[in-house]
Write a protein that binds this ligand. Structure first.
Ligand code: MG
Length: 302
């Protein structure tokens, strides 16, 4: 398998790679008009609920984006509901409100939905046979899943594999995963479908990138949990318990192939944030044309 870890990753690479794996992503909903607005205050009338992606919208790596916390406060003051829908899977669910508080945001636990939580619910309901291998660092506290079958060290004859975090993935580990999945085709679950995440120092590769690599190289069939897949947006609907219709919910994100594709497929309104995330330096009109993914609105920042 060609080593992904040495691939030079930038916004262009991420866009093209998302295009290559489109067959494994949901189909986009109706295209939006991609109308430019200065910020979310200009679309607040249209929506009752604002669902925020995290990386590239609220924060870049460990740093908050200037003005984001003020926008959250002003939307709350208008009586809007605000939520976070993030594909970050490494951090324990219990740690998330404190993590956002550390960035200057006041999201409560019920306002935060992570792909980790979507995966956790699935694992609780799934019939798991034998020990499963979960690829995650120590800090990920997998005991929180409360699923006894999960082991961070590859167990003998794993009955399934979960890619939760990419921080421990290396070329030798990818070879080990490929060997395990070829020897015994078992379910491959992915707790973060993203290909990349914007960090202060550039882009990191995320579990989705490795899962698609395994799908391409050995024909693995990953099951994804998180955006752009319906399970993430269903979690929002469930959390809202009927308080808003889908078209009155805005998915606000920086990635055409996760936030906007998934939001439109779920019947939500969509707002693309252009200046801080994975589309920095990308020709956005050309990217929309090429992908056929058009948000309702485009704002430079929230
Ligand atoms: Mg993002």
């Amino acid at each position: 398998m060609s080593p992904l870890s040495r691939t030079f990753v930038d916004a262009h690479w991420a866009f093209q790679r998302y295009q290559q794996v489109r067959a494994r992503l949901p189909r986009a909903g109706r295209p939006g008009k991609a109308e430019h607005r200065a910020d979310l205050s200009e679309v607040s009338e249209r929506f009752d609920v604002f669902v925020f992606d995290s990386f590239g919208v609220l924060n870049v790596g460990g740093a908050p984006i200037e003005g984001a916390a003020r926008r959250i406060a002003s939307l709350r003051a208008l009586g809007k509901e605000v939520m976070v829908l993030t594909n970050a899977a490494r951090d324990p669910l219990a740690s998330l409100p404190a993590k956002y508080a550390g960035l200057g945001f006041d999201f409560t636990a019920p306002e935060i939905i992570s792909s980790r939580g979507v995966l956790a619910r699935h694992l609780k309901r799934r019939d798991i046979e034998g020990p499963w291998w979960i690829v995650a660092p120590e800090s990920s506290e997998i005991a929180e899943f409360d699923v006894a079958a999960l082991h961070t060290e590859p167990p003998e004859g794993a009955g399934g594999i979960v890619l939760l975090s990419a921080t421990t993935i290396s070329d030798p580990l990818m070879d080990e995963l490929a060997t395990a999945l070829t020897t015994r085709p078992v379910p491959l679950l992915v707790g973060n479908p993203d290909l990349v995440a914007p960090r202060e120092e550039g882009f990191s590769l995320e579990p989705g990138a490795y899962a698609h690599q395994l799908a391409d190289s050995i024909g693995a069939a990953p099951e994804f949990f998180g955006k752009p897949f319906a399970n993430a947006f269903d979690a929002v609907i469930e959390r809202l318990a009927g308080r808003a219709r889908r078209e009155r919910i805005a998915m606000v994100g920086d990635t055409l192939h996760t936030d906007i594709l998934g939001g439109s497929a779920a019947g939500f309104g969509t707002v693309l944030v252009s200046d801080h995330g994975v589309l920095q330096g990308v020709d956005i009109p050309a990217a929309m044309e090429e992908s056929g993914i058009f948000p309702d609105y485009i704002v430079p920042h929230i």
